[in-house]
Design a protein around this ligand. Structure first.
Ligand SMILES: Nc1ncnc2c1ncn2[C@@H]1O[C@H](COP(=O)(O)OP(=O)(O)O)[C@@H](O)[C@H]1O
Ligand SMILES: [Mg+2]
Length: 327
């Protein structure tokens, strides 16, 4: 649905050139929720703004729903942009218009006749759970309600792609959760493809099917969330499951064990201890819901060197667990 290929963007800033996007490639499949995570300044917003060409990359290719975005003539690009919804951290609502008026504004731009507009506004407000707030003004709304207006407005032209730039960053955790649930529902009910950028691991954990980590204008890791969680050395796994620093004691082996789904129920530690008559030390770990799957990560310590523990390590692998042996 969204193909970003070898995109580069250099800003000519006063202090010298800034490479915001350094040969970035990313594919988002139709109907997928894809998250790009990274610190402030990593290039996330530039990437998102490149997708609908609010920022024009210096080179590379961007294809959205079959359209080669960088080759579209201006008028076609403007029409195409309307079919790509965008939501922001700061909502961007018109303070002089009530909720219905804010959503209607997005429909005026699409040229929908007035009579149909009203029905469509009601439908959109219903969809985001704001039917009772149609006559309220942005100043009277909570942050979560404001973002719901933002989402209703973004969906006005019935886009099949939604871009989200830190949409939940200004919200408290509970409101964040409810907005993410709404995005998930829009995704599953309408097949809406969502590309979101965030600096919060929580967002990736809750709703993303795939994720990419961005740093200094580059994508340093990308893939399906579940696949990344069990990939040895994955930064995403480390970010979602921070473990205490491992300083292996002499003559011990420290192993990080990741288990997904069904495996999470397997009492592998007691089985391991019993089978090999060894003491297994748990150094840290966590079990979390990732999407609708239970994922756990445990750091365990086994007596003896890694060579000595080869059978134990093989045993764990045979049980479908993903392992990382601390050096
Ligand atoms: N319009 C601009 N002019 C000059 N530099 C910019 C501009 N926009 C962004 N940058 C720089 O590009 C880099 C990436 O910015 P941005 O895409 O906003 O990152 P993020 O959204 O991850 O915080 C930063 O170093 C930022 O200072
Ligand atoms: Mg940004």
């Amino acid at each position: 649905m969204i193909q970003i290929e070898n995109v580069r963007k250099v800003y000519r800033a006063r202090g010298g050139p800034v490479t915001a996007l350094d040969d970035v490639s990313l594919h988002v499949a139709r109907g997928e929720i894809s998250g790009v995570i990274g610190r402030s300044g990593a290039g996330k917003s530039t990437l998102l703004r490149s997708v609908n060409v609010l920022e024009r990359p210096d080179s590379g290719r961007i294809v959205v729903g079959g359209d080669d975005m960088l080759a579209l003539p201006e008028a076609a690009l403007r029409a195409k942009r309307q079919r790509i919804g965008v939501i922001h951290q700061h909502f961007g609502l018109l303070s002089s218009r009530d909720v219905a008026g804010n959503v209607a504004f997005a429909l005026e731009v699409t040229g929908l006749p007035r009579a149909e507009r009203k029905a469509r506004v009601a439908e959109l407000l219903e969809l985001v759970g704001l039917s009772g707030q149609a006559k309220q003004y942005p100043a009277q709304l909570s942050g979560g309600q404001k973002q719901r207006v933002g989402i209703a407005r973004a969906l006005a032209a019935q886009p099949d792609v939604l871009l989200s730039d830190e949409a939940t960053s200004a919200l408290d955790p509970e409101t964040t959760r409810s907005i993410l649930e709404l995005l998930r529902r829009l995704n599953s009910d309408f097949g809406l493809t969502i590309l979101l950028i965030t600096h919060e691991m929580e967002v990736v954990k809750r709703i993303c099917d795939s994720a990419a980590i961005m740093r200094d204008g580059k994508i340093v890791e990308a893939g399906g969330v579940r696949e990344l969680l069990v990939r040895p050395g994955s930064e995403l796994a480390r970010g979602l499951f921070p473990l205490p620093p491992a300083a292996p004691r002499p003559d011990t082996t420290v192993v990080d064990v990741t288990f997904v789904g069904e495996d999470a129920a397997t009492p592998f530690i007691s089985t391991l201890a019993r089978t090999y008559s060894i003491d297994v030390n748990v150094l840290g770990g966590a079990i979390e819901e990732v999407g609708d799957t239970r994922v756990g990560r445990l750091r365990i310590e086994l007596p003896g060197s890694p060579e000595l523990n080869a059978p134990q390590i093989a045993h764990l692998r045979e049980h479908g667990l993903s392992l990382e042996i601390a050096a």
